[in-house]
Design a protein around this ligand. Structure first.
Ligand code: ARG
Length: 277
């Protein structure tokens, strides 16, 4: 709960910061020239890892934000938003699929331009990348077997928890109890959410803590699982950009803002998430 308050305070601060920067950059956003190839790229004076391309570091095992499509390509909310941003900047989107724990490092090391992976904004991550404004809310939830004796997050003490490695779910759960966690010894990190859910189905862990939208998909795909009603934390998803590339951050942020303001982002979200459930 302590953690929750901290996060809420942080979310508030973030909202204010975003609000402020939004005022400052709104005129720029409207002035941004209609994207047309490399010229615009130069006019906006940002550089990308490869000329004419926008490389998105992600972990495409996180439906409905990013996943591998039937034809072997990539799809999902993040992929489509990134495609729209790239189009506005006159760039071609290239999806670089990797472990989730490598996504921020790839941007830091200049191997990718943006980290976009249902990526939660945290103070620690802000030390490594700059974040755009938020385009979605993430909620950490708890998946349990239908017949579990875990009724709320207050029952998690002493239970074995499964998470995806490097995620906020893992970071919170593995923290010491004084900080609202359950201790590292009670948390197992899996390479992706699907593997964590598999461990739950085979009784290796008692619950899985993961973001709510992937959680809904895993529960829909597997019998005998449910999501607890009490939520663990509420978070903001944003795009991470290298700290040494403020021009690209500006360009991506302006494009994202336009896409939020004209309803494109909502349209993309609606095409993947059925809000009438
Ligand atoms: N929102 C969580 C975090 O930022 C989990 C994101 C996992 N994303 C993924 N594409 N696997 O830590």
């Amino acid at each position: 709960m302590k953690k929750m308050k901290k996060l809420l305070a942080f979310a508030l601060a973030l909202t204010m910061a975003v609000g402020m920067s939004a005022c400052g950059s709104s005129s720029k956003a409207t002035e941004a020239p209609a994207a047309e190839g490399a010229d615009q790229n130069q006019a906006a004076s940002f550089t990308t890892v490869a000329e004419g391309e926008l490389h998105m570091a992600t972990n495409a095992a996180f439906p409905p934000y990013e996943m591998v499509s039937d034809d072997g390509g990539f799809e999902g909310i993040d992929v489509e938003i990134a495609e729209a941003i790239a189009a506005k900047l006159g760039l071609e989107l290239v999806v670089d699929d990797m472990d989730f724990s490598s996504v921020i490092v790839a941007v830091q090391q200049g191997k990718a331009d943006i980290a976009m992976a249902g990526l939660t904004v945290t103070e620690e991550r802000k030390e490594n990348v700059d974040f755009t404004e938020s385009y979605a809310t993430g909620i950490q939830v708890v998946i349990v077997p239908e017949d579990s004796d875990i009724a709320s997050i207050d029952d998690l003490e002493g239970k074995q928890i499964g998470c995806q490695e490097g995620t906020t779910g893992y970071i919170y759960c593995s923290d010491i109890p004084e900080n609202g966690g359950y201790g590292e010894e009670n948390v197992t990190a899996y390479t992706n959410g699907a593997n964590a859910v598999q461990a739950l189905l085979t009784g290796k862990v008692d619950c899985v803590v993961i973001d709510s939208e992937p959680a809904k998909q895993y529960v829909a795909q597997n019998e005998g699982l449910k999501i607890l009603e009490t939520e663990f934390t509420v978070e903001d998803y944003a795009i991470g950009v290298g700290k040494d590339n403020p021009e690209l951050l500006d360009a991506v942020n302006s494009a994202l803002k336009e896409l939020i303001d004209d309803g494109s982002v909502q349209k993309i979200v609606d095409s993947y998430i059925n809000t009438n459930e």
